[in-house]
Design a protein around this ligand. Structure first.
Ligand code: FES
Length: 82
């Protein structure tokens, strides 16, 4: 049987997504409207979806990654940045 979904953790909660889902898409599916907070305290989230704007930065397994350029993996831990 071929797996078509995986489970990762987003801000402490399990989330099931289809294989091939990006972290940015997973965050949107989880209902998060912000991936991080700007230096002015404003919520920021994915804009371009192609690795240019850098607005989708999130912590993935403890490292800062671009959510739109990172595919979800089983057991991955994603945390939006304060
Ligand atoms: S959404 Fe622009 S770099 Fe990810």
């Amino acid at each position: 049987m071929t797996k078509t979904a995986l489970v990762l953790q987003v801000n402490g909660s399990d989330l099931t997504v289809a294989l091939g889902t990006t972290v940015a898409a997973a965050l949107a599916l989880s209902g998060l409207t912000a991936t991080r907070t700007s230096v002015n305290g404003e919520p920021r989230s994915a804009v371009c979806g192609m690795g240019i704007c850098q607005e989708c930065r999130v912590h993935v397994d403890g490292r800062v990654r671009l959510g739109c350029q990172t595919l979800c993996a089983p057991g991955m831990v994603v945390e939006s940045m304060p």
